[in-house]
Write a new protein. Structure first.
Length: 300
């Protein structure tokens, strides 16, 4: 096995051990049996996915160690290999194990080299959302523990740009690198227009593709993967598109940033929603739970 594969495999083993230690440690910390059961299920899913990713690395099917340019003025060297990259835009308000499991599942099922997490900047539609600086700082502290499978991009910080636009910006930064790319979103965005009649993910990404083609960039293919969410309505929407679309089944655990925020604003009492936060998010947010500024910033 080539040294690079061996190194990557060792890194995945370390990530797997870290995730197991985090979740089993938290199981012993929380008193509620339901919370422990939730943590056990998260641990089981994470371990299974990381085991599958480890096998993909060992067999040379994926290579997560190659770095991309993920911020303006950040250079990189294109390699003679077609990289398979997922881009996952999210608010991370706050980041939880559901986000992590989605990322791991997409890597394992689509055999991607890595996932780039693009944490949103300012959203004028949600003036009370936690500040971008806090969300990015907490997100980085989580994602760095899953490197190089996961990478963090600060490209949205200081902007109000949507995920599709930032996806296009990342492609531009890596215009010389041959890549197959997947834009990751919840299935509620699997539509051309949102309920307000504004362009949604399908229409926005078609625009990104046309812009890349008009610029003469033929190094990238763009596909989408939509993740189902438990309890979603099944209404018919206009989904006609020339883009390749994959659907990922919902995970066995239903985790929610909204539920975590509500629990934290109510004093941070342990419940499924709170213990589903990684340590890097759980400890600082729970330590400040109930303070007026925290109640405000977590209420969007």
């Amino acid at each position: 096995m080539p040294v690079s594969y061996a190194t990557d495999a060792a890194l995945v083993r370390t990530i797997r051990s870290m995730a197991h230690a985090h979740l089993t440690g938290l199981m012993q910390w929380v008193p509620d049996p339901q919370c422990r059961s939730c943590l056990h299920e998260i641990s089981s899913i994470a371990d299974s996915l990381l085991s599958a990713i480890h096998d993909l690395v060992r067999s040379g099917q994926i290579q997560p160690s190659h770095r991309l340019a993920l911020a303006e003025n950040e250079g990189t060297v294109a390699i003679n290999r077609n990289l398979r990259i997922g881009v996952y835009p999210l608010a991370a308000n706050p980041m939880h194990w559901g986000h992590i499991l989605v990322g791991l599942a997409v890597v394992a099922f689509l055999k991607l080299d890595k996932i780039v997490f693009v944490i949103a900047g300012k959203d004028d539609r949600k003036p009370l959302m936690t500040s971008p600086e806090i969300r990015h700082r907490l997100g980085v502290s989580v994602l760095e523990k899953f490197s190089p499978i996961f990478e963090y991009s600060p490209i949205a910080l200081g902007t109000g740009l949507d995920g599709e636009t930032n996806f296009g910006r990342i492609l531009t930064l890596n215009s010389r690198q041959r890549m197959e790319t997947w834009y990751i979103a919840g299935k509620d965005h699997y539509r051309r227009r949102n309920p307000a009649g504004e362009p949604d993910t399908l229409e926005k990404l078609e625009r990104v593709v046309r812009e890349k083609e008009s610029a003469g960039n033929r190094n990238h293919s763009i596909s989408l993967v939509f993740v189902e969410r438990g309890g979603e309505s099944r209404e018919e929407v206009n989904r006609e598109t020339f883009l390749s679309v994959q659907l990922l089944p919902s995970l066995p655990v239903a985790l929610s940033s909204t539920a975590a925020r509500r629990a934290l604003c109510n004093g941070g009492t342990f419940c499924d929603a709170v213990v589903a936060l990684p340590y890097a998010c759980l400890l600082p947010t729970r330590a400040n739970a109930g303070k007026p500024d925290v109640r405000t910033c977590f209420d969007d």
